[in-house]
Write a protein that binds this ligand. Structure first.
Ligand SMILES: NCc1cccc(NC(=O)c2cccc3[nH]c(C(N)=O)cc23)c1
Length: 232
């Protein structure tokens, strides 16, 4: 998160940190007591090492009352997701056990209607991604408020030149922006998850490269089918 602020501890109890060998690699958020939604590209950073999901955390390092490291039962990347392809960049993670819900561990509702968030709407994104373009990694959760940018503007030649489909959405990125390590986290507008941070360009905080988010509305059928079809 560039040019944001430290979140008030545990004010975003749906946030999760995807970890490999104890290191934060991506964001994600609880959509139920056993399921996390994140970005498929996050698996590119995971070799055959064990992926774990940290819930109930504010600090990545300090002991906290409701912090738990959950194991992964099964991974469901979107079937059309692939490396280098910005489309369908979603990942559903089934946790080994149901997490106990408490003041620091809650799930977040996601948008079930496939309808664009109006341009200009103020949304928020949070994460443990880098907080400077020199790659400084925070110990504590950070957040930033970003306004939705119209798809028309996001698709101009100077921006993404038509690459932003109706299954993606953009936010302004003038100085304030999501960045490396924030991928998979939710874009929250009016208290509802409308998007998932896509693994953007290597550029963060440049107004010509707005933040790109996978819209959740178009994927509700897929999400429901995975949650219904999975066992255990
Ligand atoms: N909204 C923009 C946005 C959102 C989410 C992720 C990213 N980017 C990256 O995942 C990334 C990947 C590889 C090298 C990188 N270097 C840098 C950097 N700025 O130093 C970013 C990256 C950008």
């Amino acid at each position: 998160i560039l040019r944001g602020e430290e979140t008030t501890p545990h004010q975003r109890p749906y946030m999760t940190s995807l970890q490999v060998a104890g290191e934060h690699i991506c964001g994600g958020f609880l959509i139920s007591d056993q399921w996390v939604l994140s970005a498929a590209h996050c698996l590119e950073d995971v070799g055959n090492e064990t992926l774990q999901v940290l819930v109930g955390a504010h600090s990545l390092s300090e002991p906290e009352r409701n912090k738990r490291l959950a194991g992964v039962q099964e991974l469901f990347p979107h079937p059309n997701s692939s490396a280098g392809n910005p489309h369908d960049d979603l990942l559903l993670i089934q946790l080994k056990e149901k997490v106990s819900i408490n003041s620091d561990v809650q799930f977040l509702a996601f948008q079930r209607q496939d309808r664009d968030v109006p341009a200009g709407t103020p949304c928020e994104v949070a994460g443990w991604g880098i907080i400077s373009n020199t790659g400084k990694r925070p110990d504590k959760l950070h957040q930033v408020e970003l306004a939705v940018l119209s798809r028309a503007t996001c698709n101009t030649r100077t921006h993404y030149d038509g690459a932003v489909t109706e299954k993606l959405m953009c936010t302004e990125s003038k100085r304030k922006d999501s960045c490396k390590g924030d991928s998979g986290g939710p874009l929250v507008c009016n208290g509802v998850a409308e998007g998932v941070v896509a693994t953007g360009s290597r550029i963060c905080g440049n107004w010509k490269k707005p933040g790109i988010y996978t819209r959740i509305g178009p994927y509700v059928t897929w999400i429901e089918s995975v949650l219904a079809g999975a066992h255990r």
